[in-house]
Design a protein around this ligand. Structure first.
Ligand code: ADP
Ligand code: ASP
Ligand code: MG
Length: 416
């Protein structure tokens, strides 16, 4: 019998009426003869509210041991509510169902509270539940360490819970959300964005890590590594209503017939730019800066260095996540004497806009089209970074929408 994991995000379980519609979608799959497990997020807005409470409680009071373990105990609670409610709704529909929390299943994770990685899901409980014809309703986003503390998987982590559960029991994975698939860009920013019937794992991985939050990056990595068949679908339809031509299949590149040069445009406003001015230009400077940041677990993304013509001094700019910006400055300031810079500045009003496509591997001129489209709109590029299948630029965040729409048009994505 085929096995299916269905995942429902926050807006899909935002109230009881929507949870009942989720119940009908689940019931339809069960009645079609599949063994079904469900992974749910917290009701939309709930996790934000819980996070705000932990901030108010003084999560990181200076000088005291950090409370990230208690942060997880608090923010994991949103998913417990929806798992229980959906199980009740399913029972009322005559189905056999029960809720499972991360620690009960169990979903064993690393100890990195707030952004833990799933390490193991012993499949015995879930397999037995599926074989009994019971719908396991699993709280997403949460797990437990080997020694029993509650953990969470980072924002958007229920996608990863779903893919990991599917991998553990040999199921395919359908991610139900508030859009009917993966689009060429965020449909909230560009109404001309087009749904992609298929997207390769690699492109989806880049889209997700460059800001398209429709799937958590780690969930795509896992699906790719474990060969989990993955689809993105809308939860806002009744069973059978959407027809065949719906959703997006995330699959191997070889399964996609039409080859596009660029498949999508992504953006992220979660960046901050740190500038170090007046650096000595000799070996060891970069190592001194980035070594310290790495030791403090601060992830650095884009980097540029430039040297002034006279005086032999250099300037360095790099980006970090917004929430790490203040810490990055503290760290470099603490090593000012050794690094020897004159000034450090932070700019949080920046955004990273990226174009993604496997076709870039074999086509020249993709970067030039990007630079021209931005120049035509008067958007200044502050930093550029590229990889085999993406080009990213850092710009003033006030121009984010303008840049996304200009690039969407420039690569013909409006016309798909
Ligand atoms: P859920 O609560 O179901 O997990 P999310 O809010 O995490 O949903 O993700 C869905 C949202 O992702 C959409 O509402 C959309 O605004 C956004 N999004 C960003 N980029 C894309 C894209 N390329 N395709 C589809 N949705 C996107
Ligand atoms: N509820 C969590 C969040 O808002 C996890 C998720 O929705 O995937 O980040
Ligand atoms: Mg999400």
């Amino acid at each position: 019998m085929s096995r299916l994991v269905m995942k429902f995000g926050g807006t899909s379980v935002a109230d009881l009426e929507r949870i009942r519609r989720v119940g009908r979608l689940v019931a339809a799959e069960v009645r079609s003869g599949k063994q079904v497990a469900v992974v749910v997020s917290a009701m939309s807005g709930k996790t934000n509210e819980l996070v705000a409470w932990t901030d108010q409680a003084g999560r990181a009071a200076p000088g005291l041991p950090d409370s990230d373990d208690e942060y997880d105990a608090v923010v994991a609670s949103g998913e417990q509510v929806t798992a229980g409610l959906l199980a009740m709704v399913l029972r009322n529909m005559g189905l056999n169902a029960r809720s499972w929390l991360g620690w009960q299943l169990p979903i064993i994770t690393s100890e990195a509270h707030g952004s833990a990685r799933i390490e193991d899901i012993p499949p015995a409980n879930l397999s037995a539940s599926m074989d009994r014809g019971e719908v396991a309703v699993i709280a997403g986003f949460q797990g437990r360490t080997l020694d029993g503390r509650i953990t969470t998987l980072g924002r958007g982590g229920s996608d990863t819970s779903a893919v990991a559960v599917a991998a553990a029991v040999g199921a395919s994975c359908d991610i139900y959300t508030d859009v009917d698939g993966v689009y060429t860009t965020d449909p909230r920013i560009e109404s001309k964005a087009k749904r992609l019937a298929k997207i390769s794992y690699e492109e989806m991985l880049e889209m997700a890590s460059l800001g398209a939050k429709v799937l958590q990056t780690r969930s795509v990595e896992l699906a790719m590594a474990q060969r989990v068949p993955l689809r993105v679908l809308s939860s806002f339809t009744e069973p059978g209503e959407a027809g065949e031509d719906t959703g997006t299949v995330v699959c191997d590149e070889e399964e996609i017939m039409e080859k596009r040069i660029v498949s999508g445009v992504a953006y992220s406003r979660d960046e901050a730019k740190v500038s170090l001015l007046g650096l000595p230009d000799h070996p060891g400077v970069s190592s001194a800066i980035f070594g310290r940041l790495a030791d403090a677990n601060v992830n650095v993304d884009m980097i540029v260095q430039s040297r002034s013509r006279d005086g032999g001094l250099a300037n360095m700019e790099f980006t970090v996540g917004k929430r790490d910006a203040a810490r990055a400055v503290e760290i470099v300031n603490a090593a000012k004497a050794e690094i020897g810079f004159e000034e450090v500045a932070v700019n949080e009003d920046v955004a990273k806009v990226s174009v993604i496509g496997v076709g870039m591997r074999s086509h020249a001129g993709v970067a030039q089209s990007m630079f021209k489209a931005l120049a035509d709109k008067g958007v200044n590029i502050q930093v550029i970074s590229t990889s085999e299948i993406k080009i990213s630029v850092l710009i003033d965040s006030a121009y984010t929408e303008l840049a996304v729409r200009a690039l969407h048009a420039a690569y013909g994505l409006d016309q798909l």
